[in-house]
Design a protein around this ligand. Sequence first.
Ligand code: UD1
Ligand code: UDP
Length: 370
Amino acid sequence: MKIVTVVGARPQFIKAAVVSRELRKEFEEILVHTGQHYDHNMSEVFFEELDIPKPDYNLGISGGTHGKMTGEMLIEIEKVLLKESPDAVLLYGDTNSTLAGAIAAVKLHIPVIHVEAGNRLGSKSNPEEVNRILTDHASSLHLCCTDSAKEYLSREGIVDTAYVVGDPMYDAFQFYSNKVEHDVAETLISLYNEKLELPEKFYYMTCHREENAGKDETLIEILSAMDSLDEKTIYPVHPRNTQRVKRIIEEKGYRNIIACKPVGYLMSVYLVNHAQKIVTDSGGLQREAFFAKKQCVTVFDYVVWPETMIDNRNQLSKPCKKEILNKLSNPQIVSESHAFGDGYSCKKIVAHIKEILKNEEKKYEREIAK
Ligand code: UD1
Ligand code: UDP
């Protein structure tokens, strides 16, 4: 049986890396890269480092408004689906690439499998929330990372097709943390030391959301907080914000922030595992902080991953210097949690896909027999 997987953004490459490895033991997989993220260090580096198979199609679509980007992807993904005629389409998360894949597939009556289904923050002003809701309602199989995600789906009437499988980001983080510490730590450090001047102690920050990094006012609050800390902050900057970050750091004379280009996933895992604390607005990084038992402050208005918030392990903050510093100084209790699974979510994902496709096949045979 054939599965078409659609990816396009950095976090999707990471999930695909671990799921594809498992999926390809059972299915033929056709990998479609929409092109949403395209710089070498936002795309290719992940394929190289994580041994992700080369995409069968790269649609080369990026930038523009949400509607234009999603619409162009929809047109091109439909062409691929008509040509490949897959048994199902596999999608990850909540990007515009996810939504385009969902609409293209459901309109062609191809079952949609959504990994990372069910997360909700409760506001349609967030573009990812819109993508999640619409994708979930077009999907035939909902594979949730956590119990809370399954619960959100049940409130929207999605019950029989939803399963908690754990988080493939946790599988990836465990697998690659091990690799980083055992096989590649020295190479990574020597490689990045030249570029990053990696200090022994540091904070790790990522900040790319429009609400935070899209205007001077908020970004200055965040950077000013980080600059005032006792150790340096390493800040790999999303390409959309490079100019603004560079200008503000120069204008304000911040000396305690090492802003650099986006790093590969292995280096990011290293930074998570070795940071004092983490400040981010990334859905992926706040979970990774939790996996590594590092205190995290998430600069965002909404809780997307409620399981990470126990015992102040992850705290929300407004983009406000005082609040960020205040939250960072709160004491942290590291409690045990298995909220994101046991590190084998990929196997569960593939088992559920096999099951649903077996049922689809039976349904088809029954229809033919009629
Ligand atoms: C997307 C996802 C978001 C995810 C984020 C980072 C949506 C709606 N949002 O947001 O959930 O957190 O990816 O993984 O899909 N750009 C480059 N080079 C690149 C990629 C982007 O220069 O390789 C620039 C382009 O000018 C582009 C802008 O960044 O217009 C924004 O990129 P886009 O993919 O639209 O949104 P993200 O903010 O990356
Ligand atoms: N990440 C990375 N390099 C960086 C910054 C982040 O590899 O320079 C990784 C990070 O470890 C996490 C993922 O990218 O696994 C998060 O992706 P992103 O923040 O782009 O998207 P989100 O998780 O917010 O959807």
